[in-house]
Design a protein around this ligand. Structure first.
Ligand SMILES: Cc1cc2nc3c(=O)[nH]c(=O)nc-3n(C[C@H](O)[C@H](O)[C@H](O)COP(=O)(O)OP(=O)(O)OC[C@H]3O[C@@H](n4cnc5c(N)ncnc54)[C@H](O)[C@@H]3O)c2cc1C
Length: 375
């Protein structure tokens, strides 16, 4: 370790991933810095749909399913601890969630995908059921007649993700982390005796370890320390209605009523976006589908819409890595940072604090993409 290291650990990126990791890293007398961009930075953490979602996670990687289920199970205590520490109620509710289908063909396709996922080698069972229209209508009487059925998973839930963001931030400050906004990292050098020098326009800081948690920014940063972060932006558009009396008693993949009463309708999946702009075509398509599911939505005003860029790896699963050429440099990126916030804080951060990732997260290494193009 470099004798002059100002910090034990520098977390690069102040999104939900960086802040959740910071929660698990702070304490024990460790000096932690969070280096972040400025107020206008692109942050998926500010524009997400706020689901703590299990049911569709893991087709193609059984370990991701178990990791997600484990995080959802940690969420209640995680939310309680954050509320007790910061006073922010995260509005966590895990009543089970639905993926609703508007035709038998849609329902068949979803059921088949669930069965493929659950038949994978190494899959740890997750409860799920197919519910017909009548059963869903008993749970949510405002259901439209066009909904033929849906997939229900009792582990699914949602939170108020902006409050999560604020609470994580407040907790980090209360635990003594140094938040350094307007400190975009331009360069990282591994120091000869160990540790790192991280250059920003406001000068350099040194740290014994670094965690790259910069969302899409990781793609450039990873190369500086012998890592790889093949992430791409995928735009999601979301809109929210005026507040109304509670009628959506379960969150859905593309529809949920917030703890404050507004209904969020989302979220598109658009590849190769130029920016975060919203477009009436996509919003109208999402609104039409939502109204078919719950016709009373047609009488509500949309009060806000936004676009945000997801941080997607080639297979959609997280990438967790430690550099072999610059030991002490870690990489953490994922596209479900809300769902995984509890696992990041309580399972992954302690590994980073100990200085090595466990075998339990080895399947998330970027090395999974190192397969010959032609066998
Ligand atoms: C439309 C949409 C819907 C979503 N819905 C859900 C959902 O329902 N449930 C769920 O679990 N997840 C959801 N997500 C995903 C979730 O929001 C992301 O997983 C999460 O925000 C990624 O967090 P992050 O911290 O990695 O990235 P970001 O939030 O993008 O934050 C990255 C941070 O790094 C900083 N940074 C970048 N480069 C540098 C640099 N060089 N130096 C210093 N700082 C840097 C940025 O300023 C930013 O603060 C959704 C995302 C979108 C876009």
């Amino acid at each position: 370790m470099a004798a002059s290291s100002a910090y034990d650990i520098a977390v690069i990126g102040g999104g939900v991933v960086g802040l959740a990791l910071t929660r698990g890293l702070t304490g024990h007398g460790r000096r932690i810095a969070i280096l972040d961009e400025g107020d206008v930075a692109r942050r998926a953490s500010r524009g997400n749909f706020a689901l703590v979602w299990v049911q569709s996670k893991g087709l193609g990687m059984a370990r991701y399913g178990a990791w997600t289920t484990g995080s959802a199970a940690l969420w209640p205590n995680f939310a309680t601890a954050l509320r007790e520490e910061t006073g922010f109620d995260l509005g966590l509710s895990q009543p089970g969630g639905y993926s609703l289908c508007l035709s038998e063909a849609e329902l068949d396709a979803r059921r088949a995908a669930m069965m493929r996922m659950h038949n994978q080698p190494g899959w740890e069972p997750v409860p799920w059921e197919v519910h017909d229209h009548a059963r869903i209508a008993r749970a949510m009487p405002a259901l439209g007649p066009e909904v033929v059925g849906g997939i229900f998973c009792p582990l699914d839930g949602h939170v108020n993700s902006l409050r999560l963001f604020r609470a994580l931030h407040a907790a980090a400050m209360a635990r003594g982390a140094a938040y350094l906004p307007d400190h975009p990292v331009r360069d990282i050098k591994a120091l000869p005796g160990g540790g790192f020098r991280v250059a920003t326009p406001h000068g350099a800081i040194e740290a014994a370890r670094i965690v790259l948690a910069a969302g899409l920014g990781n793609a450039a940063l990873a190369q500086m320390v012998g890592l790889a972060a093949p992430v791409r932006p995928q735009r999601g558009q979301v809109m929210v209605t005026e507040k109304t009396a509670p009628f959506l008693h379960h969150p859905m993949g593309t529809l949920r009523q917030t703890d404050e009463g507004g209904v969020m309708i989302g979220d598109s999946k658009e590849e190769a976006p130029q920016d975060e702009a919203v477009g009436p075509g996509v919003l109208a398509a999402m609104a039409r589908r939502a109204i078919r599911m719950f016709p009373l939505l047609g009488g509500l005003n949309i009060v806000r819409s936004w676009g945000a860029l997801r941080v997607m790896s080639p297979d959609g699963f997280p990438i967790y890595d430690e550099s072999t050429t610059a030991p002490g440099a870690f990489l953490v990126t994922c596209h479900s940072g809300v769902t995984l916030a509890a696992a990041h804080a309580e399972l992954l951060a302690p590994m980073i604090a100990r200085g090595a990732l466990d075998a339990s997260v080895a399947s998330f290494s970027v090395r999974r993409f190192d397969v010959p193009a032609i066998a």
